[in-house]
Design a protein around this ligand. Sequence first.
Ligand code: AMP
Length: 287
Amino acid sequence: MTFKMAVPNKGRLHDRTIELLLKSGLDLGEDWGRRLYVTAKNQDIEILFVRAQDIPRFIAIGSVDLGITGQDQIADSGFVLKEVLELEFGHCRLSVAVPEQSNIRTVDDIKDGCRVATSFPNVTKRFFDSKGKNVEIVNVSGAAEIMPYIGVSDIIVDLVSSGATLKTNRLMEIETLVTSQAVMVTSEKAMEANSARIMDIVNSVKSVIDAENKKYLMADVPVSQLPEIDKLFPGLAGPTVMNISGRTDMVAIHVVVDSSTIFDSVNKLQKLGAKGILTLPIERLVP
Ligand code: AMP
């Protein structure tokens, strides 16, 4: 049986998902943009382009072996799945938001019978049940923020990232149900049958994410400063040190550094007398 992987066909998670798959070496061919599924060249993997919200169900019933979707979608599906890799994008939270001019400031203030507009009816119902609140769920397929304004609901449960959309619509976030990011997800059953293949894909994608968080740094440094330079790069295998032809006072160093510290590292190296500092992107990082 061909191994099947489902990825979002559009929406916020689509572009970065495709970028990660391509960078990790899956060859989707030329015309993947026009197809509903493709077979990755030289790998026995079928990639299916479907809605992010359908992916948890497809995995749960065994139609696909692996998928990429948001944790919010997994939570709302109610299926018990196995998340194998956090993908570090698509960060958002599913929150309760209320009109600013209402007098609701905590979930305790919400009265039974309150109408809650949401595209996440299952997780919303479970949340209010767990709080002992008997609310009326109004299932909408998007634009929940406008529902209190047009009188369709009293409050909403919706995704928030910066909070700007809530503010524009004069809504106030009062509690978070789920924090979410994009994840690679499978099921116990698919994992039992295909663990080697799944871990190969997980490790490839992880190596791309890890590499993006790092830079390769090269510099010529005074030999006398090597002890100081070692202190500059703690926690990593120390810099590789190489001779420079015809020089006894300077050596070349190569080191992998966190992208977030590159600004500091370059400034400090300069102060230690480093010359010819180069920083390069890394494509894959396999420890
Ligand atoms: P789509 O509806 O196909 O655009 O996909 C929406 C998915 O993108 C959600 O299920 C989340 O996992 C993710 N996402 C990340 N940030 C946001 C946001 N601010 N608003 C909506 N969805 C977000």
